[in-house]
Design a protein around this ligand. Structure first.
Ligand SMILES: Nc1ncnc2c1ncn2[C@@H]1O[C@H](COP(=O)(O)OP(=O)(O)OP(=O)(O)O)[C@@H](O)[C@H]1O
Ligand SMILES: [Mg+2]
Length: 230
């Protein structure tokens, strides 16, 4: 890959990761600017989720460098990395990420509660995010009582409630029908752009990738920029 442009928020170079005999990443690179939405595409098993997990400090690469805000992640200890994830990163996955015993508003408020925000304040902020994602009317329902698309919008509200600098989304609409998927993508990118959060968006679907500013393709653990055909 060409060297990352100046002003990048998160930069990875020459990432390698093996699981036993399986090479998941084989020299992958990545960079993203504040506020940029980058789609990570590629076939099943090509290393997309592994790349996202490395970038987010969830999985350590075997070698290579990841810097966030100029700071090398490998030099941080586990506590520092999890503090960074809590303060600067948000996560949305394909499904099953809401706590079933909590109401939707309690789910969205949870990251703030874990950061020590009072219940009243946390739920007030949570509700304003739910309104932006058009699910505030579901506040008192439990995740089992809402549709898949509604649940994903609740999950996006929860990922954004702490004002993350980077939102990591792994197939966030993978379990939704196309209409619901499009709406979730519209609301997700709108909300992220309004707060200048960068978005790392893993997806199989070209339709979903169309919401991004830039696309990279991962193949056999290697990444490259994709020229967009207009
Ligand atoms: N925890 C793990 N243990 C062992 N092998 C793994 C693990 N995670 C991923 N792999 C392997 O690494 C390779 C890359 O997996 P990864 O999950 O990153 O692919 P992906 O591009 O996200 O695929 P998909 O589109 O199906 O989600 C695959 O061959 C996979 O089987
Ligand atoms: Mg995956």
């Amino acid at each position: 890959m060409t060297p990352p442009p100046a002003g990048s928020l998160l930069v990875a170079t020459d990432l390698r990761k093996a699981y036993g005999p399986t090479t998941a990443l084989d020299g992958a690179g990545f960079s993203i600017h504040p506020g940029e939405v980058v789609a990570v595409m590629g076939p099943s098993g090509s290393g997309k989720s592994t790349l996202l997990h490395c970038l987010a400090g969830i999985v350590p690469p075997d070698s290579g460098s990841i810097t966030y805000n100029g700071r090398e992640m490998a030099t941080m200890n586990d506590a520092q990395r999890s503090a960074l994830r809590r303060s600067d990163f948000g996560f949305v996955f394909q499904f099953g990420q809401l706590v079933p015993e909590l109401t939707c508003v309690e789910n969205v408020a949870l990251p703030l509660r874990l950061n020590g925000v009072s219940r009243k304040e946390a739920e007030r902020t949570a509700l304003s995010w739910m309104a932006r994602l058009e699910v505030d009317d579901l506040a008192r329902k439990r995740p089992g009582e809402v549709s898949g698309g509604q649940g994903q919008r609740v999950a996006v509200a929860r990922a954004l409630v702490t004002g993350p600098r980077v939102l990591f989304a792994d197939e966030p609409t993978g379990a939704l029908d196309s209409l619901n998927g499009e709406r979730v993508m519209e609301l997700l990118t709108e909300a992220a752009r309004s707060t200048n959060a960068a978005v790392v968006l893993v997806t199989h679907e070209a339709r979903v990738a169309a919401y991004s500013d830039r696309e990279i393709v991962v193949r056999d653990g290697k990444s490259r920029d994709m020229e967009r055909v207009i």
